[in-house]
Design a protein around this ligand. Structure first.
Ligand code: GLU
Length: 344
């Protein structure tokens, strides 16, 4: 039999160690970055990439081709409301696919996460964001809510007895995330509504597979309208900051969605937020993120910060070139990768 012959000094050491462990916040618990550091990191990334002249505006929605390509704005907001805004943070642009995250938040809040997981799925399709083949292949299942078939179905799941009522809720949740009343860019809406035959076909097909209730034409129209919500880089950073802060807006302090829905939202962003480059992006940064073809990009470091950028030229995968570079650089500087922990 072995006996434990601890001396008083050994025992004191053990107790001191246990006390220190209890007093030290767990390493996995994220800490918000210091305000001085964030400003320096955001300014440095803006200066480094402002002249980067790669990529091209989206033009399959004609109005997007007209947006000045040189715009470059970056915003960062922490859970405590500390912020840094640099460059073209005021010009407005259409939110496009980034809206998919916030309409999904509304559906999670209204109907719970199981509805989405069981009806359209949460995996990556392995196909482009507006793939009809993917719908056929999986009969409308295994569609991530952040690619068009899943997103149109998600919009079709928002409860309401009229299109107006559904729309007010969709615009309402976007506004709550941004902390101000948002509105639609009618020029972009019209430009996309005139050319969105493909999305209409996707909506009909998802409806044929009974993936959402109600009228597919209405769901596709409201989806098109939500994509045309006008935001600026500052709005996007506050929206991302709200996700980084467990669903509470760090500026208005309003609890926009239940904190228990945030991990699910971040998970689908990690899976499919940057189209076919989602894996590459996650590998490089570890950050759940979502891009839009209007040139916006959001990224979330849970508990640390939310980032929103605007720079219209896109790479071949459809993601903002300068936005990706800036976010990766800022996050590296601030230690934003949630998978990166100091060994104990
Ligand atoms: N409204 C656009 C579409 O459905 C959004 C695409 C995007 O930003 O990825 O084609």
């Amino acid at each position: 039999m072995t006996t434990y012959n601890a001396s008083r000094r050994d025992l004191a050491k053990v107790i001191a160690f246990m006390g220190a462990a209890a007093a030290t916040p767990a390493l996995a618990q994220p800490r918000a970055a210091a305000p001085g550091n964030i400003d320096a990191a955001v300014k440095a990334a803006h200066a480094q990439y402002k002249s980067l002249n790669e990529g091209k505006n989206a033009d399959y929605i004609p109005a997007l081709a007209q947006v000045p390509s040189h715009y470059f704005g970056i915003g960062l907001v922490t859970p405590t409301g500390a912020s840094s805004f640099v460059g073209d943070i005021e010009p407005k642009f259409s939110i496009q696919s980034i809206s998919k995250v916030f309409t999904l938040a509304l559906v999670f809040q209204e109907s719970g996460q199981d509805l989405v997981e069981n009806s359209i799925g949460v995996d990556a399709t392995g196909q482009v964001f507006n793939s009809i083949v993917a719908v056929e292949q999986f009969r409308g299942k295994e569609m991530n809510p952040l690619v068009n078939p899943g997103a149109i179905a998600t919009t079709g799941m928002v409860k309401g007895s009229s299109a107006d009522e559904v729309w007010r809720k969709i615009l309402g949740i976007h506004s709550d995330f941004a902390g101000r009343q948002l509105d639609v860019d009618e020029v972009v809406y019209k430009s996309e509504a005139d050319t969105n035959q493909r999305n209409r076909a996707i909506g009909q097909l998802m409806s044929a597979y009974e993936r959402f209730p109600g009228d597919p034409a209405q769901a596709t129209d409201l989806y098109t309208r939500q994509c045309a919500i006008a935001v600026n880089a500052k709005d996007l950073s506050i929206m991302a900051g709200t996700l980084a802060n467990g669903g509470r807006n760090p500026v208005t302090r309003k609890q926009v969605i239940d904190p228990r829905h945030v991990p699910g939202l971040l998970a689908v962003m990690a899976t499919a937020g940057l189209y076919d480059d989602s894996g590459k992006w996650l590998f490089r940064t570890g950050l759940p993120a979502k891009s839009g073809v209007g040139g916006g990009l959001i990224a979330v470091s849970p508990g640390k910060f939310g980032l929103g950028t605007f720079a219209p030229p896109l790479d071949a995968a459809g993601n903002s070139v300068r936005g990706q570079r800036a976010i990766a650089s800022i996050s590296n500087t601030l230690g934003g990768n949630p998978y990166s922990v100091q060994p104990v």
